[in-house]
Design a protein around this ligand. Sequence first.
Ligand code: GLY
Length: 576
Amino acid sequence: MSTSFANRLNGSILLISSMFFGLAHGVAPKALIDDGGMVASRSALATEIGAQILADGGNAIDAAVATGFALAVTYPSAGNLGGGGFMVIHLADGTVIANDHRERAPGAASKDMFLDEEGQLVKGLSTASHLAVGVPGTVAGLLDVLARYGRLDRKRVMQPAIDLAAKGFVLDRDLAAQFARRQDVFAKYPASVAVFANEGAPYKMGELFVQTDLANTLRRIQKHGKAGFYEGETADLLVAEMQRGGGLISHDDLLGYQSSWREPIRGTYRGHEIVSMPPPSSGGILLVQMLNMLEPYDIAGMGYGSAQSIHLMIEAERRAYADRAQHLGDADFYPVPIKELISKEYATKRFADFDAKRASISADIGAGEIPAESLETTHASVMDKDGNAVAYTTTLNLSYGAKMVVAGAGFLLNNEMDDFSAKENSPNAFGLIGRKANAIEPGKRMLSSMTPTIVRKDGKPLLVTGSPGGSTIITTTLQVVMNVIDHGMSLSDAVSSPRFHHQWQPDRVMHETYAFSPDTKALLEGMGHKQLIAIPAFYGGGIGDANSVMHSDQGFQGMADPRNAGAAMGPGQLGQ
Ligand code: GLY
C-alpha cells in the first residue's frame, strides 16, 4: 500500500473515531428533481452558483465554468486555479467534445528529476516540494470552454466566485475540520498559513473565511482573460514562488500553456453510448475496456453484490489496470494504442483467460499484446433544459495539492508531477505504477485517472458522472454506470451503493464495509481473491465522490454523493 493511501485510510478511521458525522448508508438520500436543469458538485455554495447561472439563462457550459471557478474558492482541497482538469461536453445538437487542461511538465523537467544519485526515488520530492508542481491548466481550460460554447460573458460567470472570495463565506464543520487537520503541513509555507489559519489559530466552524488575494487574482482573470493568470502580476507571483523553493515553472512555461480540444473516447454498453475522457487520462479508455470485457456476461441476472458479478468486475479491473501501466500516457508524446484498447475484439482476447471459478494472480497478468502499442480531486455534473451536458473533473492531485499557496496570489499549487512514472514500476501516491509511456518529458502531460463521463441513450444524455479518488476514480465511475445500466437503479441508489476497487497492483481488493456481505467475502476468498480490505464509507471516507446528474421521465435528477458534503440543485430549488 502506498504511504499516502495508507495514511488516508488510517486518517479516515481516526476521523470516524473522533467525530461522528453519520452513516452514508442506511436510508439513501433522495435525488433532487427539477425540470430546468441540474448541477451536482462537492460544494453546496458552488452548486448553487451553477444553478443560479441556469436560472439566469446560462447553459450547462456557463454553469459548469461558474461552478468550476466557485470550487476554487469554496472547496480548496481540489477546486483550483493552480491545478488542472478535464471537461467532457455534449451539445444539444449531438456533438461531443472534450477539453483537456491537464497540467504539463515544465520545460526544464527531466526524466530522472525525482531520483537520487543511486537512481532511487527521493521521498516526498514529487508530492511535497516546488518540483512537484506542474504548469497549471485550469484557467486556460475554463476560459476556452466558456469562449467557445458559453452563452454568458466572463464577467457574469466569474463574479459569484469573486464575491465569495472577497466577502467570504461561513465555514461549515467539514471545511473547518479539513483546515484544522492540515495545520502542520501548511506550516511549511507562510502564505498557506496566512490563508488556512485565522491569525495563526485553526479556523472554527461558523467563522467567516475571506480570501482577499484569491479575489484579486480572480479579478485579474475576469478583466484580462487568460493573460490575467499566465502573464502580468499573477504570473510574476507564481514564478517568484517557484524561485523561492527551487521550482521549475518559468514565464515561458506559463505563456506557452494551452488547453487542448480532444475527441472523447466513445464506446457502447448494452445499447448505451459511453462518452469519456481520452489521454492524457486513462479514465475513458479503461472504463470502455472494462465495460467491453463485462458486456458478454449477464450481470443483471447475477444480481448486484453477488460474488460472481464482483469476481467478474475485479478480473476486468485487474487486466485493464495492467494495460494502463504499460500502454497509457500523453498521446501527444507516446503512441497510445487507443483504437485497439477500446475495441470489443481486444476485450474478448484480453478476457479469454477469465476463469469464472478462480481469481487470477496479478503477478501473472502482464500487459495485453497490442499490435502497435485525491487523494483528492473533485467532480461536478451539469445538464441544462436545452439538452447540453457537462462532466467536469478537476484536481490539484493530492488533497490541497502541494499545500503551497502562491504568496500574494492566494491560490494553491498542484503536486501533479507525482502522476508521472518517476521511476519505472515504482508506485506513485495512489500505488499506480507506470513505464515509458508515462515517463517525464518537458511539456508532457502526466497520466490521469480522471473519468468525466456522459452516458447517452438514443443520442441524448442519460447520465453525467465521474469522481475523485486517484486510481479509484475509474472503478467508481464504472460502478455508477453499471448500477444504472445493468441493475436499473435509481440515481440515488446508483450513487449511494457501496463500492469496491482493484487496480492489478497491489493485488488486493479495497471495499467499503457493506459492499461485501460475510458470505460474499467467503465466496470471493474461496475463489482466491486475496487481501479483501474493508474501509468505512462514513462521511468524508469511502471510495469516490460521484456527484451525478441523470435525465429521466420525471425530469433532471441530481445526486450529491452521500459520502461527502456536496449538493445537487436545479434552478427550481433556488431560494427554497
Ligand atoms: N491526480 C489524480 C489523477 O489525475 O488521476
